[in-house]
Design a protein around this ligand. Structure first.
Ligand code: PMP
Length: 437
């Protein structure tokens, strides 16, 4: 496949944009380097690059594009918003509509505040939790990624680990000391941390279903035990649902039927992002009324945003949720994901390539290993070179995956059986080629 235009553009981009990319996970550093593909156009489940090559996409822009690209209902909403002026700096009725839709889908949200990204949403939940509890420390779980703000970029997940920088430069040690990291799925780890630092812990933060070292389910009882330990300690529970909101069903992971005992795993605060903005920049945080009432202008915790709640993002979000309310939408993504993961596993087995697949509904992760992946250590202990080789073989056969062994594959409402057939054919050829290397 000729990608010479991408290579030229990459050389040009390197001169002007740091690393040639505006987010490190878009680079190919974690899969051996070289020019990433410069995409020109996208429609449905397909991308076309600057050389005219077509790809079937499973990156979904790292999650948000759950309806596929340029969905007509969302495009119409964005067009309408553009015609009416994209930014007012005043409240709008649209914001109330989206707030109500989100609250209805995720009942733990008494009140919400819209922001512009997942990073902002997480950052704000931490400030509010600290304001509410009067404590300063946060407990997080190893490998969970919560955006790039100082506090949560300590022993962080997919981006930083993939690039081999466990922590970021530029974060003061004093700030890192405000964060305690424990292994995911380990109640013992959490208990130990709370025994030691409990009086200072404002909140325990978690991706309730992990999306950043593959897709990893909490073990039965983990979230329940976590909430109990945190609350017994007077700490708040924050769910980072930036990836998981509206991903597995029309709601959050916190009220997803695949998790037991919903009433026992209700968070105090939730950070959101990605899907519910229909592909435009968005984030939100929300939770219990008395906690959210800490936020300015009602309370002493300041948080603001010029672009927050802009009519374009909000309109795209409303339209996206309307699409997701369609009958059988999630079931169809799951049906295709099952076909795809069954086929991938059979194909890998046929070629003697160890492959563990973690799937929940229409999202899954592929781990080149012969053991289960239930925490970050197990996700790290997989064959990165095999993944890199698979990634490149798939790309050359027109399949666009995330360029990291830790990222998920996302089905969208635009994928079809034909796409799955073509992907399985590419995978069979890729596994065969890997064996011949
Ligand atoms: N939290 C989680 C769970 C995420 O996956 C991400 C992004 N991948 C973020 C927070 C940060 O979101 P954003 O990139 O929109 O700032």
């Amino acid at each position: 496949m000729n990608r010479s235009t991408s290579e030229q553009l990459y050389q040009e981009a390197l001169k002007h944009i740091v690393g040639g990319v505006n987010s490190p996970s878009r680079s190919f550093k974690a899969v051996g380097g070289g020019a990433p593909v410069f995409m020109k156009r996208a429609s449905g489940a397909h991308f076309w690059d600057e050389d005219g090559n077509r790809y079937i996409d499973y990156l979904a822009a790292f999650g948000p594009v759950i309806t596929g690209f340029a969905h007509p209902h969302i495009t119409a909403a964005i067009t309408r918003a553009a015609e009416n002026g994209v930014l007012y700096g005043t409240p709008t009725a649209l914001e109330i509509t989206l707030a109500k839709m989100v609250k209805e889908a995720i009942p733990s949200l008494d009140k919400v505040r819209f922001v512009n990204s997942g990073t902002e949403a997480v950052m704000s939940t931490i400030r509010v939790a600290r304001a509410f509890t009067g404590r300063s420390k946060i407990i997080k779980f190893a490998g969970c990624y919560h955006g790039h703000s100082d506090l949560v970029l300590v022993a962080a997940g997919s981006g930083p680990s993939t690039l081999g920088i466990p922590d970021s430069a530029g974060i003061p040690v004093s700030i890192a000391h405000e964060v305690i990291t424990v292994p995911f799925n380990s109640l013992n780890g959490l208990r130990e941390a709370l025994n030691r630092w409990g009086d200072d812990v404002a909140a325990v933060m978690v991706e309730p279903i992990v999306g950043n070292f593959g897709i990893v389910m909490p073990k039965p009882g983990f979230l329940e035990g976590m909430c109990k330990l945190a609350h017994d300690n007077g700490s708040l529970v924050i769910y980072d649902e930036v990836i998981t909101n509206f991903r597995f069903h029309y709601g959050g992971a916190q009220n997803y039927a695949g998790l037991d005992n919903h009433e026992q795993i209700v968070p105090d605060l939730t950070a959101m992002g990605k899907i519910f903005g229909g592909g435009l920049p968005i984030g939100a945080y929300g939770g219990r009324k008395e906690i959210m009432d800490q936020v300015a202008p009602l309370g002493p915790a300041y948080q603001a945003g010029t672009m927050a709640g802009n009519p374009a993002s909000i309109s795209a979000g409303i339209a996206c949720l309307e699409v997701l309310q369609g009958a059988g939408v999630y079931e169809e993504m799951e049906r295709l994901a099952i076909r795809l993961t069954d086929g991938l596993k059979e194909s890998a087995d046929r070629h003697g390539i160890p492959l563990t697949i973690n799937r929940i509904r229409g999202a899954f992760s592929t781990h080149f290993c012969d053991h289960p992946v239930t925490n970050y250590d197990e996700a790290q202990d997989t064959d990165g070179e095999a993944f890199a080789s698979f990634f490149r073989h798939m790309l050359d056969r027109g399949i666009n995956l995330a360029a990291s062994k830790y990222e998920a594959w996302f089905l969208t409402t635009a994928h079809t059986d034909e796409d799955i057939d073509a992907t399985l054919e590419a995978a069979e050829a890729s596994f065969r080629a890997m064996k011949e290397e």
